[in-house]
Design a protein around this ligand. Structure first.
Ligand code: SF4
Length: 293
């Protein structure tokens, strides 16, 4: 069953124009930075890079976990780059970003999981461009609450942690992760700072059932998760976990309606949605709502 390759439907055909990415790629190489956009083979790359946005990948480009949905290199990571926080801040400044999104590989080899680097990066951005809002998409830090606290205290606007899929599929898709622990990451962040927005995301098409998606959404609301993203899983390489289903765009719409009814403040749901896709929209929407109240 796993070797069966499904034909991509029309709504998932998207052209990647690398010429549009040239300027941003030069800037990234100049500052020795990585992005999840490139490392994960994201289908939105030409669109996002052409708009001058990217999601920075910190703590190197080698991950200590073995998630089967992810295209990032796995193995033993290199030493940390001390200049990285400053370089991310410089890239944010040069690109004129209004909203910066930072994620990382999972660094189970580091005592704090890299939390201090997240904090340093947030602080560097705040110093150089205080007007920029900051979103961090963090790993689970193996449930280390002190590490989560370190990131929260640095003062990002949004902390995201993706549950990625339904708990039944964790052993196959995210063997070193733990569903409950992921929920606890979001819960802990929110408890530490109730003004902070929390965000999570799921990839659909991995073999989950609709009832399981609903349950995950309910679990996320039970830990006061504010924002949700739902997108179609697309394998980043041939050896990755195979796609089991292409979800119809209408189904994404109905998940969105259902999630909004549950109380999420903002939901992005669609075939090409990724947790960092049009990330600035979430806070924009919150600000619009505040001004109309
Ligand atoms: S959707 Fe996110 S990961 Fe993909 S290219 Fe855009 S910013 Fe990068």
């Amino acid at each position: 069953m796993e070797s069966q390759v499904l034909k991509k439907p029309w709504w998932l055909k998207k052209k990647i124009d690398l010429k549009l990415c040239h300027h941003l790629k030069c800037l990234l190489r100049d500052l020795n930075l990585h992005t999840i956009c490139e490392e994960s083979g994201c289908p939105n790359i030409s669109e996002c890079f052409a708009r001058g946005t990217a999601t920075f990948l910190i703590l190197g480009d080698v991950c200590t976990r073995n998630c089967r949905f992810c295209g990032v290199k796995k193995g033993r990571p290199m030493a940390l780059d001390e200049d990285e926080p400053q370089h991310v801040a410089e890239a944010v400044r040069r690109l004129g970003l209004k909203h910066a999104v930072i994620t990382s590989v999972t660094r189970d080899d580091l005592e704090d999981g890299g939390a201090a680097y997240f904090a340093k990066t947030i602080e560097a951005i705040k110093t150089l461009t205080p007007q920029v809002t900051i979103e961090v998409l963090i790993p689970d830090f193996q449930g280390n609450k002190e590490a989560i606290k370190t990131v929260v205290e640095a003062g990002p606007d949004i902390i995201g942690h993706n549950v990625e899929t339904v708990p039944r599929l964790y052993p196959k898709v995210r063997p070193k992760a733990n569903y409950r622990r992921s929920l606890e990451v979001l819960e802990t962040a929110k408890k530490l700072d109730s003004k902070l927005y929390t965000k999570s995301g799921l990839m659909l098409g991995l073999g989950e059932r609709a009832s399981e998606v609903t349950q995950v959404c309910q679990d996320l609301r039970a830990v006061n998760c504010d924002f949700l993203s739902l997108g179609q899983y697309l394998p980043p390489k041939r050896s990755a976990y195979p796609v089991k289903e292409y979800i119809f765009p209408q189904k994404f719409d109905s998940y969105k309606k259902e999630a909004l009814k549950m109380g999420f403040l903002y939901v992005a749901s669609g075939p090409f949605v990724r947790s960092s896709y049009l990330a600035e929209e979430y806070l924009k929407k919150m600000n619009e709502q505040r001004t109309t109240l």
